[in-house]
Design a protein around this ligand. Sequence first.
Ligand SMILES: Cc1ncc(COP(=O)(O)O)c(C=O)c1O
Length: 353
Amino acid sequence: MRDEGDVDLRHHGDAEVGPGLLDFAVNVRAGTPPAWLAERVAASLAGLAAYPDPRPARAAVARRHGRDPGGVLLTAGAAEAFVLLARVLRPRRAVVVHPQFTEPEAALRAAGHPVERVLLAPPRFALDPAAVPADADLVMVGNPTNPTSVLHPAAALAALARPGRVLVVDEAFADCVPGEPESLAGRADVPGLVVVRSLTKTWGLAGLRAGYLLADPDLVARLAAAQPLWSVSTPALAATEACCEPRALAEADAWARRLAADRAALARDLTAAGLHVTPGAAASFLLVRAEAGERLRHRLRERGVAVRRGDTFPGLGPDWLRVAVRDRRTALRLTRTLAELRLGSPRGDAAPR
Ligand SMILES: Cc1ncc(COP(=O)(O)O)c(C=O)c1O
């Protein structure tokens, strides 16, 4: 377990893309937001003179997950949820399970809390509930996890819950998984559970800032009291409501099924190119390890392909790269570039010197 702030927790994939680069670094679904959703957001602009009313969107989220509206807090993206949790909770022993998205730890540190890390081990990055100290009163974990793409069983996560502990499960990528079998979003019976969700990834709304958390109504009330008034804008509320409708859920599910096929094909291609693909991927990206991975990342970039560095995630090093799953045609441009690099290598390997 490590507790030092030794990596740049505030580095994100969007810093690695730019004009002329083919984007395999950012995890937002390509071609989003869909036109129908952009129209709903645009239509909401007619109501901008009024302050936002979160009630219809909160009710829609509650219906979608079978929860009581009092157990729903709408937030300006998952990022606001992490900040609210960090500012409101007073953990004596906060543990973040890594490698995972770094903002939960960054928010805890910014609020003045010491953070301990539990590092899951490659190649499978499996969650062992026993690795989390018994007296940790705040535990944060992602499912499926960014950047490993690993989906932990709901039972393993629920085994982390206990009275006196807040268990935060970041489900920003949960809708990548058809049917969401390991999601805890509908579980009001797990003590101390907070599920954080985001509209950013599947719906292409990073710029809108829309997400929510699901928790015990008492905790929701405490978090709501700390939230800036009208934090979630009218267009974000319109999007949240729209994305809970059956048509949106069906679209997300159909996409998740296509994603699974594209992901499997990409994993085969990357393995054939000599990269080690983390097994059990369930989200919209793959975590890979390559010999001389940092150099490979630079060489891909020189050839117009951006993949995300892995070394800013605690527990990983410069040989680790995160690759977004794209449609087959786009993915083939990556595998072709990898093949060219391999041919140009003096040793003929995937990570030429
Ligand atoms: C796992 C995970 N959770 C949360 C977020 C942030 O989501 P939002 O845009 O809703 O703040 C990200 C963004 O990269 C993420 O990867």
